[in-house]
Design a protein around this ligand. Structure first.
Ligand SMILES: [Zn+2]
Length: 68
């Protein structure tokens, strides 16, 4: 697999019929991840919040450590 160079042109073709998305930066598959987080409501109760994130090598560390 070619690395570096001409990512812009390549990106448009990287979404395959299987629905895979390849990150143009780290060149790994971008996965969709459902995050569940507890969020404190105004009344003081904690309620779960659901959020979808796209995760690849670029941000997986941040997401796993709870930064994002
Ligand atoms: Zn990436």
């Amino acid at each position: 697999m070619a690395k570096g160079r001409s990512f812009g042109a390549k990106l448009a073709h990287e979404i395959s019929s299987e629905g895979k998305v390849i990150c143009p930066v780290c060149n790994t598959e971008v996965k969709r991840l459902k995050l569940i987080r507890n969020k404190k409501a105004k009344n003081g109760n904690w309620s779960p919040r659901y959020q979808f994130v796209n995760i690849c090598k670029c941000n997986e560390k941040d997401i796993m450590s709870g930064k994002l």
